[in-house]
Design a protein around this ligand. Sequence first.
Ligand SMILES: Nc1ncnc2c1ncn2[C@@H]1O[C@H](COP(=O)(O)OP(=O)(O)OP(=O)(O)O)[C@@H](O)[C@H]1O
Length: 537
Amino acid sequence: MSEASADWALEPPALRFSGLTKRFGQSEVLQGVSFDVAPGEIHALLGANGAGKSTLIKILAGVYSLDSGSIEVHGVPLESAHGHGHDPEAARAAGIAFVHQDLGLVEDISVADNIALQLGYEKRFGLVSSRATSARVARVLATIGAEFAPDRMVSSLSRDEQVLCAVARALALEPRIVILDEVSASLPKPEVERLSRSLRSMRRGGAAFLYVTHRLDELTGLVDRVTVLRNGKKVVTAAMSDLSHDALVRHIVGAEVRASRRRARPQDDSAHGRVPKLVVRDLTTDVMTGPISFDVHAGEVLGICGLVGSGTRELAQTFAGAYKPTGGTAELNGRGLPLGRPEALASRGCAVVPGDRQREGIITGLALRENLLPTRRAFGAWSRAGFRSPGRETQAVLRTCEAFGVVPRDRADRDVSELSGGNQQKIVFARALADRPEIAVLEDPTAGVDIGSREVLYDLIHEAADAGTAVLLISTDFEEVAAQSHRVLVLSHGLIAAEFPDAREVSADRLAEASYAVAPTTRLPGTGRSLEDQARS
Ligand SMILES: Nc1ncnc2c1ncn2[C@@H]1O[C@H](COP(=O)(O)OP(=O)(O)OP(=O)(O)O)[C@@H](O)[C@H]1O
């Protein structure tokens, strides 16, 4: 428990939720949820995918209305100036800042403008000064360890940079209450640690935080108390120090979850052919500093990680066809890969789970059926004569949803935006893996997926590998990379800075250390070459 919150009993809670109830059609998504968040407290809101966390946050934000129940902020009922209920303006006026899963940034303007819209523009001699505004925004960004320039357009930032921009915008006005909905889902471990430090320092100033995450490893040392929701009901509110990891998992999932298995590298590459499936040599693109060279065998899971801006995102996007190579080669089964041409890559069997679900993964406004349409296997139910059979398609969609643990899976024509964030992610994942691709490039494949379902997705990744897919697991979750890969590459400045030939010998902390510790003279394991040599050659 934090020092600042020692006298919680003496002042009204920063937030008090009493008997929150919400229905969507037939389903009761929140069922009488009550708990408090104290001033100076970091309070984690946990629960499996679909438990009701985002719904609660959207109710607090005034996006959804309550069916019954009430919310108080520092002892005052949260109500709109116009009477019953409340709206987004009432939440803002009460000093609450939000970072939602869909970050709500304005993409076509700069980082500085996005933050200045909240903070106000700096003036010199009565006129707006963009230089002074940029300098102030740069200071705000620096407090959370974001290193990109304030004049960057938001649309040019990667998902993790955008997350940091949205967090900076929320914290800029030093609000009394901050709601963070899965901000860490796409941030590498070192960046999460820097962000945690700035939250802890704001907490000392009395700010209250409601923090949603699926990454349980980041809770210790950060949060004071946790509240767990399961199927719309509160299961527990308790001090973090009173809960073991296993107890927490049991509360979230409602059952035991087996520990993640460490995966041994396939003993014999000849099982799937001794020749590597994917061979990348001296590859460079406009957006990567490269050159970069590596191989992946059929059946192998190659983990790739690095800090924000290290080039991991760009590498994943290159296999999605977003960037054309400016040099070097990439071959699949001995034939050149048509990099820079998304459709041609897909038809060669290159499947990608993009890191930015909202922008590139899910097709909002369309049903589960259409979101899964590109999977041939799911729609193998099409009749041989070429006619579609809607009944068999529906069955195939529902079967795929079942295999990938999507909930709810009652209707193939359900709009995908009615699914919780983690369940949308499972749809994106299913679309990539259901057809047993030649190469699967998985960028943060389990971002936002709860701890129970994640194990199911890991099994599906390894099933695909066992069937001969070459997997590139590009993830900001260093625990995941260490536990699920056979071999790991750490990138820095678009170059391979370290290679760990056996992932069983590497921990998440060692990967974080390697990501940080990269200096231009770093020796590349097994080659004796430095990064500088690699860049020159
Ligand atoms: N607009 C909507 N219409 C119908 N059902 C909805 C809608 N929004 C959410 N739901 C349903 O409400 C339930 C709770 O969803 P919510 O997004 O709150 O879950 P969550 O705990 O935030 O999950 P996640 O960890 O996956 O983000 C889910 O079953 C979801 O399908």
